[in-house]
Design a protein around this ligand. Structure first.
Ligand code: ATP
Ligand code: ZN
Length: 660
């Protein structure tokens, strides 16, 4: 009997050998099987065939049955997932089964191939490419096999147009194309643009679909029926037999990194996938991550520029509003309000950006000083007046809005600061009769809300747009000529070393919504730190100059991308336990002789208690990747042993994007 290696759907570091009974002899790589496992049965996937096993033949168990008639994953798909599982230290079975549509994680047979639906196609006219767009396209066309490109194009420079041309050419060559975007909210707009221009079978894959829809799309992609696949990060694992081009839009966005369970970077895996496939990959952004810029600088990625806005639109003009010692009206300066009036009277649109939802970030008692703290987190509960609730944005806990102070019974409770709900309130009073759309997670809770609001916003239905980053990213809103940024200051002095990078990206992305059509745009940035050197550089010289300076700072401090990191996070219900666990982990690292790997911490998280658990982290860092990863391999067994005896949860994050 043949021997196969099976990855079982469970958090186990190993894969297991099984016998393949003769009635299942043609069961192959990438097919799911049902196997006896301990006293139960589990679903698994065949990941290799073997000549012999190190386990004595009489002790080998046989698989019970094969669940699929054809492989669900091809050899390359498996290679990618297993590479990712190794690199990110995720158990192979967990990685493989989290890459499958949810239903196929259970012991059910896979469905037959879904049929195609033909859609009538009326191509929309395509613009004449400018010289920079042409050069970018030509560069990618010249690629022989694998090559990674950075498409670094200012907002509104026509990156999407470049994608469309490259996709079209790849489709004509008979290839499939995978396009990744960081957020669901960006899929409808892009899908719509693709639908107008590309006559091909498309699927969209994201977490907002039902299990059925997702499985169907996945199957059509896997069987080569769908030729263009547009999806959020987990779509990186979709099997694509004819893959010929990978595109990652907004490659700088943290949402491309999975932050729990199988913690992978879809962007980095896109590059790896293209390498395995030997095809080109294009990373696009107006604000590339410092990691990607560094790779371009080192010549590993080819840097393509689109320096001008397409179709003759002007870059937006920045005005800094120094709000120190100014009287603000619910967070808005007089200068901003005045200009808003002018823009609205001229029949254009204003977009206001405030990255804080709810009515106010805290409720206080004016008599005794009580504040609305969360019982489970080291955080304040946000006042949501519309819903009559205090909500903790960290653990989700809700309380009905108190009428009297819970401490002193005073009725004088006051909201402090403002969120989008409060700004909306104030604007409706100040601009009566002017249609306003607030776009944030609260105002778009039902399916289709966001799409509807954005479509109406694009049509110019709302002279006033107000929103969080949901509204800021990637949307083309041609009527917007004024963008007001109410408060980004926390990003200038954040505790995470990436805080300024994120602030700069968000600022440029939000600003990029202004003046994308005929009318020029203005961006008013309210700040209490108008003299901050990085801010000045960003506004006067642009993102590229900012990134150069930020990279120089990172080099100086030996931080990523000039070093590599891994973060061990731990949490426990009892204070100190997580820290104690990490102290021991640190001792183990030192006992292993860490060599060039530096060990920082452990330190409590900046918000230590969250959802009733105390959190801490231990950082490992090294100028080279190899010694760090070698150390981790030696460390993991002892971490697993350590945690067995404790009530501590822990995880390992390779190339972490966020500290706690
Ligand atoms: N060569 C061109 N000539 C005229 N118009 C163009 C050209 N290329 C793109 N456009 C138009 O310019 C606008 C902006 O282009 P697009 O949305 O592709 O930019 P982008 O770089 O992807 O934007 P962002 O990253 O800011 O979302 C679109 O309306 C697009 O149709
Ligand atoms: Zn909480």
């Amino acid at each position: 009997m043949a021997i196969v290696q099976v990855a079982v759907a469970a958090p186990l570091a190993e894969v297991f050998d099984y016998l393949l009974p003769s009635q299942e002899a043609d069961c192959a790589l990438g097919q799911r099987v049902l196997v006896p496992f301990g006293r139960s049965r589990r679903v698994g996937m065949i990941v290799a065939r073997k000549e012999r096993s190190s386990i004595a033949p009489e002790r080998l168990k046989a698989i019970e049955c094969c669940l699929d008639r054809e492989p669900l994953l091809g050899a390359e798909d498996l290679a990618l997932i297993r590479w990712a599982a190794d690199y990110y230290r995720c158990p192979p079975g967990e990685a493989i089964f989290s890459a499958l549509p949810a239903r196929l994680r259970r012991p059910v047979p896979s469905a037959p191939a879904p049929s195609d639906d033909a859609v009538p196609f009326e191509p929309a006219p395509s613009p004449t490419l400018n010289a920079e767009q042409q050069a970018a396209i030509a560069a990618v066309h010249e690629a022989q096999g694998f090559q990674c490109f950075l498409l670094d194009g200012v907002t509104g420079s026509g990156k999407t147009e470049v994608y469309i041309r490259l996709i079209s050419a790849a489709l004509e060559r008979g290839r499939q194309v995978l396009v990744l975007v960081p957020e669901i909210g960006l899929t409808p707009q892009l899908a719509e643009r693709f639908a107008q221009r590309l006559d091909t079978e498309r699927v969209v894959l994201h977490s907002g679909l039902t299990e059925r829809e997702r499985e169907r799309g996945w199957q059509r992609a896997a069987r080569g029926q769908a030729r263009l696949i547009l999806g959020t990060r987990s779509a990186i694992f979709t099997p694509l037999p004819d893959l010929g081009l990978v595109i990652v839009d907004e490659e700088h966005d943290v949402s491309l990194k999975q932050q729990d369970g199988f913690r992978y970077s879809a962007r980095d895996l896109a590059v790896r996938r293209a390498q395995i496939r030997d095809c080109p990959v294009l990373l696009g952004s107006a604000t590339p991550s410092l990691e990607t810029l560094r790779n371009a600088e080192r010549g590993r990625y080819r840097h393509l520029h689109l320096r001008r806005r397409a179709g003759g639109a002007e870059p937006p003009r920045f005005l800094v509003v120094d709000v120190r010692s100014q009287h603000l009206i619910t967070g808005l300066s007089h200068a901003l309000l005045t200009r808003m009036t002018t823009v609205i009277e001229a029949g254009n649109q204003v977009l206001l950006f405030l990255n804080r939802r709810g009515f106010a970030p805290v409720l206080t008692c004016h008599d005794c000083g009580w504040i609305s703290v969360c019982l489970h987190c080291d955080a304040r509960m946000t006042l949501h007046r519309d819903r009559g609730l205090l909500i903790c944005h960290h653990c989700g806990d809700q309380r009905t809005l108190p009428v009297h102070c819970p401490e002193c019974e005073s009725p004088d409770l006051r909201p402090l600061g403002q969120g989008t709900e409060r700004v909306e309130d104030s604007l409706r009073q100040r601009f009566p009769g002017i249609p306003l759309a607030r776009i944030d997670r609260d105002s778009t809770r039902r399916k289709g809300d966001l799409e509807r609001l954005l479509a109406a916003a694009r049509e110019g239905a709302y002279p006033l747009l107000l929103g969080t980053q949901m509204l800021a990213k990637g949307h083309h809103l041609p009527g917007v000529t004024l963008v007001g940024i109410l408060d980004l200051d926390h990003g200038l002095y954040g505790s995470d070393f990436r805080a300024t990078e994120r602030m700069a990206q968000l600022l440029i992305q939000v600003a990029g919504r202004a003046g994308r059509a005929e009318q020029p745009g203005t961006v008013m940035l309210q700040t209490r730190h108008p003299d901050h050197p990085l801010l000045i550089r960003l506004l006067r010289q642009g993102y590229g100059a900012f990134a150069d300076a930020a990279l120089a700072e990172r080099a100086e401090a030996a931080l990523p991308p000039f070093s590599f990191q891994a973060l061990v996070r731990a949490d426990s219900r009892v204070a100190q336990r997580a820290l104690d666990f990490l102290r021991e982990a640190r001792a183990r690292v030192l006992a292993l002789d860490a060599g060039p790997v530096q060990v920082w911490g452990p330190a409590p998280a900046s918000m230590e208690r969250r959802a009733g658990r105390f959190r801490a982290q231990l950082l490992l860092q090294c100028a080279q990747r190899a010694p760090l990863h070698a150390l981790i391999d030696r460390l993991l067994p002892s971490l697993r042993a350590l945690s067995n005896t404790r009530t501590v949860r822990w995880s390992l994050d390779i190339d972490p994007q966020e500290s706690l």
